[in-house]
Design a protein around this ligand. Structure first.
Ligand SMILES: Nc1ncnc2c1ncn2[C@@H]1O[C@H](COP(=O)(O)OP(=O)(O)O)[C@@H](O)[C@H]1O
Ligand SMILES: [Mg+2]
Length: 345
């Protein structure tokens, strides 16, 4: 696999805001220790490095790109905290290990209610285990699929129910947009935004997660994916990707915005499969000729909402909204600006 993109460990101290990648690494001589050792040191200082013996893995809850995700516990002093543990496959390729470690160093720098935080890291031999808070309401994708009865309405449905469904769906999109606005503000491009990669905690707070493909864009306005080596496998979420990302491998805030539109479409269709029946081979020509996802038949998706969603797929990236503005647009469309969604059932 080829998801890991090398970057230099330059000092990031000129970053105008308070976020720095590898915060303390910039102060350490790059020559003296390997990036993994530096990361371990940093985590250890922050008391975020755990012994494998402090972990209890109880149940597999997900299958990710790099391996299984478990529900489990981490023992901190006398506390036992419920966590999710993302692991690598038994025979993890070096690039996968690097991908996991990169994800850790990114998560270390994030701090926003709608972005998945990091609890810590552990190692099983030399396979990294990422420890995160456990999201008891699963992914946004599974949630909207399971809640279809209360979220999906056709013509002639009860108005109060439709209003409630609209607010829940819009509330989900609104929270995701806030997490994305935070990342965009700090010049991170997610590259894999989708309903499957957003999680819901026990209080109905949504966290944008899965930073396996995320890139730091501090020194550049856009990210161009490096050419793959012949024979290497690559995971690209084609049906969530902007037209120009498929064509020219360019990623930036406006291509994340395209994926955000697809994510909103997933929410309002209650977990529909984008472009079902359209083979990946014809997707590009369909998109080029102006074809886009169909409007959901769910009447919870009003004209106002649909017009916001379609604006994410403007052929011209400049015409797509910015996350910071989009947050406000969605706030205006919501009945009440709540920080959590009212969980159903
Ligand atoms: N914090 C979490 N709490 C509960 N389940 C999680 C958590 N993180 C991930 N999962 C589960 O594991 C799956 C894969 O996680 P993800 O971060 O998307 O991994 P990958 O990068 O390998 O795709 C998710 O779809 C979800 O079902
Ligand atoms: Mg994922």
């Amino acid at each position: 696999m080829n998801y890991f993109f090398c970057r230099s460990l330059n000092s990031r101290t000129t970053r105008s805001n308070n976020i720095q990648l590898y915060p303390s690494l910039s102060k350490v001589s790059v020559l003296s220790r390997s990036p993994v050792e530096q990361l371990k040191q940093e985590l250890s200082t922050k008391k975020m490095l755990f012994q494998k013996s402090q972990l209890e893995l109880t149940k597999v809850v997900g299958q990710g790109e790099s391996g299984l995700v478990y529900r489990g516990y981490v023992v901190m002093n006398t506390n036992k905290v419920l966590v999710a543990i993302k692991t690598g496959k038994a025979l993890l390729a070096v690039t996968d290990k690097e991908r996991l470690l990169k994800e850790v160093s990114l998560m270390l720098t994030f701090s926003h209610p709608n972005v998945m935080p990091l609890i810590g890291l552990s190692f099983d031999e030399d396979t990294p285990l990422i420890i995160m808070p456990f999201m008891s309401n699963g992914t946004v994708l599974s949630y909207v699929r399971e809640s279809r009865k209360s979220l999906y309405f056709l013509e002639s449905s009860d108005n109060i129910q439709v209003e409630a469904a609209r607010n829940t769906c819009l509330g989900i999109c609104h929270q995701i947009s806030k997490g994305m606005a935070y990342l965009a503000n700090f010049k991170f491009v997610h590259r894999d935004l989708a309903a499957r990669n957003c999680m819901i905690d026990e209080n109905g707070i949504i966290k944008v997660a899965d930073f396996g493909l995320t890139e730091d864009m501090y020194n550049s306005n856009y990210y161009r994916q490096e050419k793959r080596q012949a024979g290497t496998e690559e995971r690209v979420p084609l049906k969530w990707m902007a037209l120009e990302s498929i064509e020219t491998h360019v990623f930036d805030e406006s291509t994340d915005m395209w994926s955000f539109g697809v994510t909103c479409w997933e929410v309002f269709t209650c977990g529909g499969v984008p472009y079902a029946g359209v083979p990946v081979t014809t997707l590009l020509s369909e998109l080029r000729s102006g074809h886009r996802l169909d409007r959901p038949s769910n009447i919870a998706c009003s004209d106002d909402i649909w017009s916001v969603v379609t604006s994410c797929w403007s052929a011209s990236p400049r015409e797509r909204p910015k996350f910071a503005t989009l947050v406000n647009t969605l706030t205006d469309l919501l009945d009440s600006d709540s920080n959590y969604i009212k969980l159903l059932g």
